[in-house]
Ligand binder design. Structure first.
Ligand code: PEP
Ligand code: MG
Length: 364
């Protein structure tokens, strides 16, 4: 076994010295970040923040949804700040010295609103008992109003950030305060702020301006310099096609191939596997699901366009990918050819991505 371990280490070292692509991991918390580091990840390419609004914190989200005045809304947001700051402090500490791309909230709204059926039953039962469940009734009304037929095409990502005032500001503040605390402890936090589901440069511009303002403000409060990159996911066809404009406001792009595949093909990423993919695979429409292996002619073509346009506007723009394809061997070869700077995948796929990135470079 020692020989085997040494042989594997040697192969990994060869691959690492040959490869041009950097390899990061997707990690949402300190444990995953630590695991990613141990697997050789050179940073976190995607820290999803949705979990920070689930579990015990759902009550706070309910308060946010129910808020009728600016003061109530601000109160709800203020209560979400300390737990988020603690989460970011832990995760950034685990990645000390390495970049960590933190994506601002991107849930389809239904995932973190109270369940409509459960809530209706609760209201009905309380009424049957002769009670007047005022708060639950108000909540049900608010949730009904926000109900969407197609949540994945709805109030998600940057749209939610623009519609719920203070939400993204809260998250950027939590990141900034955590980083400022770590700097005070002599550590080297390297967060990068990423905006999801951008379709037009105007959306990005609004959030970027607010983010830089918050970074400056928190920096002044703590007496430190917080000059962290702000960038965007490219996961809608329109974003890829207008990447030249978007790059004016983005220091980096990260391709979200999950949503890009969904929107380029018009396939629901949540439903297709069960509904018609097996028939498609059987009839040979494609050999492998495009959610598993990159569709280089459609999705890939948009990525090539965005790389070219993005670099034309901003030659030093940093380019990565954080969709599932980031850890798929064939897709890694594509990203190498496309000239990306890094791929980001699940921690367990990091070694495979390192190997494939090495093989891709060796083939040049
Ligand atoms: C993506 O769309 O590829 C992505 C990485 O984001 P999510 O899977 O969270 O939508
Ligand atoms: Mg996405």
């Amino acid at each position: 076994t020692d020989d085997l371990v040494r042989a594997v280490d040697r192969i990994m070292r060869h691959a690492d010295s040959a490869r041009r692509l950097r390899v990061r991991a997707n990690a949402d918390n300190a444990d995953d970040a630590g695991r990613a580091r141990r697997m050789g990840a050179e940073g976190v390419g995607l820290c999803r923040t949705e979990h920070m609004f689930l579990g015990d914190r759902r009550r706070l989200v309910e308060r946010l949804v129910l808020a009728e005045t600016d003061t109530e809304q601000q109160e709800a947001l203020d209560r979400l700040l300390p737990p988020q700051r603690a989460d970011f402090h832990e995760a950034l500490a685990a990645m000390d010295g390495l970049p960590m791309t933190v994506r601002l909230l991107d849930p389809p709204l239904h995932e973190f609103l109270p369940d409509i059926t459960e809530l209706s039953v609760r209201v009905a039962l309380a009424e049957e008992r002769g009670e007047t469940p005022e708060e639950d009734r108000r909540l049900l009304k608010a949730v009904n109003k926000l109900h969407e037929q197609n949540p994945m095409l709805g109030l998600r990502g940057v749209r939610l950030g623009l519609v719920v005032p203070g939400l993204f500001t809260l998250q950027v503040r939590a990141i900034a305060e955590a980083a400022a605390q770590l700097l005070g402890e002599g550590r080297n936090p390297r967060p990068e702020i990423m905006i999801p589901l951008v379709g037009t440069v105007q959306e990005l511009e609004i959030v970027r301006e607010e983010s830089t303002r918050v970074l400056r403000e928190v920096g002044a409060e703590y007496g430190v310099e917080l000059d962290f990159p702000v960038g965007t996911m490219i996961e809608l066809p329109r974003a890829a096609l207008t990447a030249g404009q978007i790059a004016e406001s983005a220091e980096f792009f990260s391709f979200g191939t999950n949503d890009l595949t969904q929107t380029v093909w018009g396939f629901s990423r949540d439903d297709v596997e069960a509904s018609f993919f097996s028939a498609y695979l059987e009839k040979g429409v494609f050999g492998v699901s495009p959610f598993e292996s990159l569709d280089t002619e459609g999705v890939g073509r948009l990525i090539d366009t965005a790389v070219e346009e993005g670099r034309a506007t901003r030659p030093d723009i940093k380019l990565g990918v954080c969709g599932e394809h980031g850890g798929d061997p064939d897709s890694v070869h594509f990203f190498h050819r496309a000239g990306l700077d890094y791929v980001s995948c699940s921690p367990f796929r990091v070694p495979v991505a390192r190997l494939e990135a090495g093989r891709a470079a060796a083939r040049d």
